[in-house]
Design a protein. Structure first.
Length: 339
């Protein structure tokens, strides 16, 4: 009961912060940035993080590629059938895990992200976690609308303080950075683009001992989409330059964990970003096309979520399978400084 009360209070505060303009280190930044904005061509040295605030660990769960179209013959009233449309089974795992936050990694609603489908399908499964969900848009959210109307209308303030899909929140001692990797839909992701300027300003002025980025498209993948950051490599360069520790993505409907790499996908044990592909939210699975040389664990048959325990200076991960699957993957790592 005490945990439930504390989590409820925390969620209420989190929801309020999402709706407010930037205040200190606790709230998401809204674009556009103002006075301290750094010009795209200006060299930046990552500021040192000193005397980081220690706090109790928090847990988040994450996955993308989630809810079937309600008109799908395998939808089965939201229960799914066989190895398809199992978002409700994944939500059962989330409910049992009782995390502080739920990261929805894009393609929340198939096939084209219409608001009606969100209300008839996603709402029946992961929608039960809406009050603690932090989403990012996937490519399917833009297939019915160039502005992802269904996605932004359904999630409302949970999708951040601007209608383009990027924002930042603080959970415990960690900074979580939500990015929109559909670069074509938001004016690009290269230097000078709105999202690039926002991210550069955030990372340069609000250092955090530990940080995590989440978006839809992967930098690395052994699945059918392969290495496909969808034009977001400039954002990955910023994440690496400023020492971001973890990246969570979907798009390929598999689970995969990688060795830490730099923004070009080259192994960097000391300062690299550890990427997890978690396209296991319930829709369907893809196969492995060719195992990437830096892939350390992978699975193509289990639905479920990745649980991260975010501690001061370190994190633990564990894949939580759904629907009777037995696969799991777990480990721990420390946060690192910028290169």
């Amino acid at each position: 009961m005490r945990r439930a009360l504390l989590r409820g209070a925390g969620l209420a505060i989190g929801a309020l912060l999402l709706a407010l303009p930037t205040v200190g280190h606790a709230a998401p930044l809204a674009f556009p940035t103002t006075a301290a904005q750094i010009a795209p061509g200006q060299p930046v040295i990552a500021p040192a993080v000193t005397s980081a605030t220690r706090s109790a660990p928090v847990t988040v769960v994450a996955a993308g590629d989630i809810a079937c179209d309600p008109s799908n013959s395998l939808f089965n009233g939201g229960r799914g059938s066989g190895r398809y449309c199992r978002a409700a089974a994944v939500e059962n795992v989330i409910h049992a895990a009782d995390p502080d936050g739920v990261l929805a990694l894009g393609d929340e609603q198939y096939n084209v992200g219409k608001l009606k489908a969100f209300r008839r399908s996603y709402a029946k499964s992961w929608g039960q976690e809406l009050a603690r969900t932090y989403p990012v848009p996937g490519n399917h959210e833009y297939e019915a609308s160039s502005r992802a109307y269904g996605y932004f209308t359904y999630f409302g303030s949970r999708s951040g303080p601007n209608p383009r899909g990027w924002y930042s929140v603080k959970l415990g001692s960690w900074r979580l950075i939500a990015l929109n990797s559909n670069c074509w839909a938001v004016g690009g992701c290269s230097g000078g683009a709105p999202q690039y300027r926002w991210l550069r300003h955030l990372l340069a002025t609000r250092p955090s001992e530990c940080s995590l980025a989440f978006m839809h498209h992967p930098l690395l993948s052994s699945g059918m989409h392969g290495d496909n950051e969808s034009g977001a490599r400039p954002l990955w360069k910023l994440l690496y330059h400023f020492g971001v520790d973890v990246a969570l993505v979907g798009h390929d409907h598999i689970y995969e964990r990688f060795a830490p790499v730099n923004a070009y996908g080259v192994k960097d044990k000391a300062h690299g970003i550890r990427e997890f592909v978690v396209g296991t939210g319930g829709a369907m699975h893809y196969g492995i096309v060719k195992v990437h040389r830096y892939s350390q664990a992978r699975n193509t048959r289990a639905f479920g979520v990745l649980r991260l325990t975010l501690r001061s200076g370190a994190y633990d991960w564990k894949f939580l399978p759904a629907g009777g699957a037995t696969f799991s993957d777990s480990g721990t790592a420390r946060c690192h400084a910028a290169p």
